[in-house]
Ligand binder design. Structure first.
Ligand code: ZN
Length: 278
């Protein structure tokens, strides 16, 4: 039996499984401070005997498994979690722990079991509480020296909106995440009507970031997941904006083949976290 943890900023999904698509038990734990959240996670796994545990976590975190700091959260992206070493904290669970970012895990889930199958350069973008991006090259996460933080790149915004990123203000996440929409329009994204101008603006902001990803990585598939992308009408608006902004510079093929919905829906992250354990 294997275990998986998808540790997000608002909720944590824990699961045990025979394999990533054969989940035996799954539980959602609200993410609060580290002490109480980790206590709940350890308590869930105390009922099972697992050999390996895959963890997909919010970051930024140390991914170099040779480092003594492997699994350590290095910034205050979620209040109270800076300096927490997840590998050490989860060592009460008797299993070999493999850790990656939540978006690399979700990318892996879609690559192995969803729409990313056989993609050479595969990108998973989550647009929710924040914006995160995982890039897989032939199935392996491209991490560079630390790991990618594509959600914190800068994109144009004519409206002079100050942005909501705690670190940078008006980076991509600061302008186009769920909390950014709420701050810009004065209500939660899901409360905005389909006709609201917010959606065209959001599609344009997302398209700017996607254009930058295309420029940098030339992916063959890009999946857009996360809470904001539950608004299915956004997909076509994003594709139209990508087409307009890229302006035919290089052939991208049909954008409905390039920019896709996740096949695993909201399970990409936990399926991917379980896949890390294989
Ligand atoms: Zn930022």
């Amino acid at each position: 039996m294997i275990g998986g943890i998808e540790l997000g900023g608002t909720k944590c999904i824990v699961a045990v499984a025979n394999n990533p698509l054969d989940i035996l038990e799954k539980k959602i734990i609200p993410t609060r401070g580290p002490t109480s959240t980790i206590l709940d996670i350890v308590s869930f796994f105390s009922n099972y005997q697992i050999s390996k545990l895959g963890v997909g976590s919010f970051g930024p975190l140390v991914l170099n498994s040779d480092s003594a700091e492997y699994g350590c959260l290095v910034a205050e992206s979620k209040g109270g979690w800076k300096g927490i070493n997840l590998v050490k904290e989860l060592s009460k669970i008797d299993a070999h722990i493999i850790i990656d970012t939540d978006v690399n895990a979700a990318a892996l889930g879609e690559y192995k079991y969803g729409v990313g199958k056989s993609a050479e350069t595969f990108v998973y973008v989550t647009v929710g509480t924040g914006i995160g991006v995982g890039v897989l090259i032939e199935g392996k996460p491209h991490v560079g020296d630390f790991h990618l933080e594509i959600g914190h790149m800068f994109i144009p915004d004519k409206d002079n909106f100050e942005g909501v990123c705690r670190i940078h203000g008006n980076c991509w996440e600061g302008l186009a995440s769920g909390p950014a929409m709420q701050s810009r329009w004065g209500m939660e994204a899901r409360a905005l009507s389909l006709e609201h101008e917010a959606w065209e603006k959001e599609a344009q902001l997302l398209a700017f970031g996607i254009i930058n990803i295309i420029s940098n990585h030339s992916p063959d598939k890009i999946v857009l997941g996360g809470g904001v992308m539950n608004q299915k009408h956004l997909f076509e608006k994003v594709r139209l904006n990508v087409k307009k902004i890229w302006n035919g510079y290089t052939p991208l093929g049909p954008l409905s083949d390039l920019i896709l919905e996740p096949a695993l829906g909201s399970d990409s992250g936990i399926v991917g976290s379980l896949s890390l354990a294989l």
